[in-house]
Design a protein around this ligand. Structure first.
Ligand code: CP3
Length: 341
């Protein structure tokens, strides 16, 4: 059905001529055509208007021809739907004026009817599928319950997420109640995303690496694994935990179709920790896209050689930076397409 199914084949572990490529946060940020839309509409208007979200999703595909598209949206639409106010402040990032800090606050957090509250997301998926014309697969995503809790409790981005951690460590019962509410909402939401047309799913655990290995299992992985188990028969699921190399061995025992790797873990170590049989995705240092294009191409070829062309999806180790020159992003994608085993 999908003309270029390299990405889906890599997720199944099939043999391919070259690995597929896409870039985390490829929609938005660094493209002039995105900045033009951004000047006219605020962030959540862009998310909530299917014509805008779908257009932003396909912009990088038109320019570079990645092997998969990722829907323009945000992980914080989930707390919004759960009746927690989320603002996106220019030059600041997410801001939640009424953070969740007590057991009573947790009780007030609702589990929404996702078919109603997040209806605009499914409409954006349908609009995007039309624009993509079955050329490449569309990835849907959600934040991990732990990463969502971080924002709900901290109320904004943070280098330490100290308030979020203090909440979990002083009030674990309330923390687990909140994590379970987020998990249940996320499962229902992702099922609807697949129904609307997403061909694969990625869970972003952007702040999993803030936790110790033991706390990671208790406050993050447990819930990610619930999501994987609930979705595994609906669509392939990629679990990306930034800074979570210490958990790769456990993650590799799950029913995830692939694991995301950040740039602090070598290909060799990632293959070793995951037992050599799992599809891995990553892990180019996003800042390395600031190197000259020729050097980027050399490094990408070397990265593919290290991971191996099979059971591998070329990506960055985290989201693309806003200041990456257009030719450098192109060099990254082209190097993969020109790869000869
Ligand atoms: O490819 C894509 O960009 C798809 C859409 C996408 C966005 N956010 C759009 C966005 C995705 C996949 C996300 C995920 C997301 N959002 C994560 C997990 C991935 C990661 O990078 O770790 C997190 C932690 C968030 C929360 C968030 N949203 C932050 C911290 C910020 C501000 C800083 C930033 O990243 O620019 C946002 C805003 C946001 N989400 C922007 C975009 C394009 C920039 C703001 C704007 O366009 O006005």
């Amino acid at each position: 059905m999908i003309k270029n199914d390299l990405f889906l084949r890599a997720l199944k572990g099939e043999t391919v001529n070259r690995p597929p490529v896409w870039m985390m946060r490829q929609a938005g940020r660094y493209l002039p055509e995105f900045m033009a839309i951004r000047e006219k509409y605020d962030f959540f208007t862009r998310c909530r208007t299917p014509e805008l979200a779908s257009e932003i999703t396909v912009q990088p595909i038109r320019r570079y021809g990645m092997d998969a598209a990722i829907l323009f949206s945000d992980i914080l639409v989930i707390p919004q739907a759960m009746n927690i106010e989320v603002q996106m402040k220019p030059n600041f990032g997410p801001y939640l004026p009424n953070p969740v800090r007590t057991s009573d606050d947790v009780e007030r957090v609702c589990i929404p009817d996702v078919t109603v509250e997040l209806d605009y997301v499914y409409k954006a998926i349908e609009a995007t599928k039309e624009l993509l014309n079955n050329d490449i697969p569309l990835i849907g995503f959600a934040g991990s319950p732990w990463t969502i809790l971080c924002y709900c409790v901290q109320g904004q981005g943070s280098k330490t997420f100290d308030k979020a951690k203090a909440f979990c460590f002083t009030n674990p019962i309330a923390a687990h109640t909140l994590l379970q509410k987020i998990t249940d909402t996320t499962i229902a939401y992702l099922k609807e995303k697949v129904k609307a047309g997403c061909n694969a799913l990625q869970i972003f655990d952007s702040w999993g690496g803030m936790l110790s290995p033991t706390d990671y299992q208790e406050f993050s992985w447990r819930y990610i694994n619930q999501i994987i188990e609930a979705l595994k028969d609906d669509a392939p699921v990629i679990a990306f935990g930034k800074g979570c190399w210490f958990a790769l061995h456990t993650m590799a025992q799950s029913n995830a179709s692939a694991l995301g790797i950040d740039w602090t873990c070598s290909a060799r170590n990632a293959r070793y920790l995951t037992g050599g049989n799992m599809t891995l995705q990553g892990n180019f240092d996003p800042a390395r896209l600031l190197s000259p294009p020729m050097e980027i191409k050399k490094m990408v070829t070397q990265m593919i050689n290290e991971f191996g062309k099979d059971k591998y999806i070329v990506n960055l180790g985290h989201g693309i930076l806003p200041n990456v020159p257009l030719d450098n992003a192109k060099a990254f994608i082209d190097a993969v397409k020109e790869y000869n085993a």
